[in-house]
Design a protein around this ligand. Structure first.
Ligand code: PMP
Length: 389
């Protein structure tokens, strides 16, 4: 193949040589591959072998159409007890195909509980785009996406009969801040998305004790591909409505996934939190390196996060967020995504999070090589700034 036909990532004879310069760097996806080295060190103990006859059935044979492994539930409860990030006592648990499925199961179930229809689904910008995209995709008479909470904050709607469903993400995707609900009132229901409430990404302030909490294996162990999340639910009626949704939607979570999740959690628990040491040290080091480079820049800034006391490490820790929420400061850099793209950095556009287009989210949780290349490219951009050191 002549060299000119190689794509921008490869060159040399037969396009066989990887040439990072100019090759687009994808830091869009929130894929927690930073944990892969941990799992390589635990290759053998985390491997799963499933015999062909094992767990073939849809059901548990005793009347439940969805088989939720009790052993897996116990291990999830032990994980929360180890980290101290959620109360599990007296809670119902549901498994989902990633927490993505549970997000919508929750919207569906909560919209059935209020008196008024449609329920207004809201979140505080910048917020995780899936809340909006899913709600619109599953277009229903029961709920409508209504944008940012600030539109509702100063109206009497939160106290009226309008049924409101607020998504609260803590720590927040994209900016890593610990957040609280903005709206309160008898007609407001809250979905607490704690996908990132693990010691890798934030100081653990104490066990979350909300009525409806969502977690995902993707961000705690890095196994996004297994598609496994769980919901902790206080109210039995809500639990049953969500269960009904899951039964009709996917008839539960793959048994193979549940077996893998169990094996993975066994290794995490046996290690007594070793994964959190690894995860936190990796993320903290990445944040510090990025900050050091950007401290020389007047063109780009990232969110300011303060160190906080972490109950899990029993020390002041962080920051160690999953994403950089980068802002292009120059007047003319209105489209920050395009500015970075010109430097072969592909982030996620700020306007997807309902923020200004001068913001871009950069994933810091991918492989070390991706992160190193990201730093290299940002360094080059910063060095081109007028008056830079
Ligand atoms: N909530 C938040 C805030 C997320 O960032 C993500 C994944 N990026 C999810 C939920 C969904 O994760 P999953 O479906 O992999 O469990």
């Amino acid at each position: 193949i002549p060299a000119c036909e190689c794509n921008s990532c490869y060159g040399g004879p037969h396009c066989s040589e990887f040439s990072p310069d100019g090759c687009p760097l994808d830091v869009d996806l929130g894929d927690p591959l930073f944990l892969e080295p941990f799992w390589m060190q635990h290759s053998k103990s985390s491997a799963v072998v499933v015999a062909g006859w094992h767990r073939m059935s849809y059901s548990d044979g005793i009347g439940s159409s969805i088989l939720f492994s009790k052993e897996l539930t116990n291990h999830i409860f032990q994980l929360h007890a180890l980290v101290g990030n959620a109360i599990t006592k007296g809670r119902f648990i549901l498994f989902g195909v990633g927490s993505s499925q549970l997000l919508h199961a929750a919207v569906h179930a909560l919209s059935q509980q209020g008196s008024s229809h449609p329920a207004c689904v809201v979140a505080t910008a910048p917020f995780y785009p899936l809340y909006e995209f899913q709600t619109e995709l599953f277009d229903s008479e029961d709920f409508k996406f209504q944008g940012d909470t600030t539109l509702w904050k100063n109206t009497s709607s939160a106290n009226s009969s309008t049924n409101i469903i607020e998504f609260v993400t803590s720590p927040n995707n994209p900016d890593g801040r610990l957040t609280k609900p903005v709206l309160q009132g008898p007609s407001v229901k809250t979905i607490h998305d704690h996908a990132y409430y693990w010691p890798h990404f934030t100081a653990i302030q104490g066990p979350a004790d909300e009525d409806l909490m969502l977690f995902t294996l993707s961000k705690v162990t890095g196994h996004g591909g297994s598609r496994f999340g769980w919901a902790l639910i206080k109210d039995k009626d809500l639990y049953q409505r969500m269960l009904m949704y899951l039964s009709l939607n996917t008839i539960g979570v793959s048994q193979d996934t549940q077996l893998r999740a169990l094996k993975i959690l066994k290794v995490v628990l046996k290690g007594g939190g070793e994964i959190f040491e690894f995860g936190y040290n990796t993320m903290k080091a990445r944040w510090e390196r990025l900050n050091e480079i950007l401290s020389a820049s007047r063109r780009f800034s990232i969110q300011k996060l303060e160190p906080q006391y972490c109950n899990y490490f029993q020390n002041v820790t962080g920051p160690s967020p999953a994403y950089a929420w980068l802002k292009c400061e120059r007047e003319e850099d209105l489209d920050c995504h395009a500015v970075l793209k010109a430097a072969s950095i592909i982030g996620r556009k700020g306007n997807l999070f309902r923020a200004e287009s001068r913001y871009v989210r950069l994933s810091l949780i991918k492989y070390e090589d991706d992160f190193d290349l990201l730093l290299h490219r940002i360094k080059v951009l910063v060095s081109k700034e007028e008056g830079s050191k």
